[in-house]
Design a protein around this ligand. Structure first.
Ligand code: GLP
Length: 264
């Protein structure tokens, strides 16, 4: 595997030819951050992502667990987002995704695997979201946050908007409407555009940027445009991933050749 390391807007970018090596490299970066946190403070707090991209990363973590190399006994996790409203029993829920890809295969304590609750009554959604941010703080903050990127440049379900950069980097965890691009991307999974759940609870931009380190991965040519805009464009709320430039020193991108296609 030949890996090339570059710098875009102060962020470290690991350019890796094939997607399989992107997933392996990302799993190794997560493991390193977890090990460091375990040594440093006896526990690790990890932000997790869903979507098709990180699934193979979780397969690597499960394999390390099975081979006795990784225990989740002292790991707490916080997931980025969840559709709203949705039951955790719905196979399209992110709770179900995490159960299937990671939680059911490792020794994580049930009450330490946090996913925003898609069943909370709407009048309590704001309080639930605020509580989520509070729990992260009370846990001493995220040691590392794993991120994917949407085709439209979103991170978690923080969608492109016309807000100012200053307003956007302060966004807390909250209930949001999905962008039409995001609904279109989810149409196949939901069995038709009209069936896509149009809202979600998402970790805010603020708690994401507050993580001590951030690893963002992208594979495939359909992400090339968003990757180029986030890495080389101006910081703008129209491309939420570009706001990672504001905390550049702690961000590592791991991308394959196809996703890097539009980079200068
Ligand atoms: C979804 C998730 C994001 C994810 C993104 C990319 O909308 N909310 O957290 O990063 O889409 O998903 P994928 O990896 O399937 O392309």
């Amino acid at each position: 595997m030949s890996m090339q390391e570059s710098d875009y807007s102060g962020m470290k970018v690991l350019l890796i030819p094939d997607p399989e090596s992107v997933y392996l490299t990302t799993a190794n970066l997560l493991l390193k951050a977890i090990e460091a946190a375990l040594v440093y403070r006896g526990r690790a707090v990890v932000g997790l992502a869903t979507g098709s991209t990180p699934a193979a990363v979780y397969a690597h973590l499960v394999e390390r667990h099975r081979s006795g190399y990784l225990s989740f006994r002292n790991i707490t996790t916080y997931n980025l987002d969840e559709y709203y409203p949705i039951s955790p029993l719905d196979p399209k829920s992110y709770r179900a995704y995490m159960h299937n890809h990671l939680f059911s295969h490792v020794d994580i304590a049930e009450n330490r695997a946090h996913v925003l609750d898609g069943t909370v009554p709407e009048e309590f959604a704001a309080a639930h979201a605020a509580e989520f941010d509070h729990w992260i703080d009370a846990d001493g903050g995220l040691d590392i946050q794993l991120l994917g990127i949407g085709k439209n440049g979103h991170i978690a379900f923080n969608e492109p908007s016309r807000l100012s950069v200053a307003e956007t980097i302060r966004l807390p965890t909250r209930l949001v409407e999905l962008h039409p691009d995001t609904r279109a991307a989810a149409a196949r999974e939901f069995g038709g555009l009209e069936r896509v759940i149009p809202r979600a609870l998402t970790m805010g931009v603020a708690p994401i940027l507050a993580a001590r380190s951030i690893v963002i991965l992208a594979t495939g040519a359909h992400k090339a445009d968003a990757v180029a805009r986030a890495l080389t464009g101006a910081m703008t709320a129209l491309v939420p991933a570009s706001l990672l430039q504001s905390v550049a020193h702690k961000v590592t991108w791991v991308i394959d050749a196809a996703a890097a296609e539009r980079l200068p």
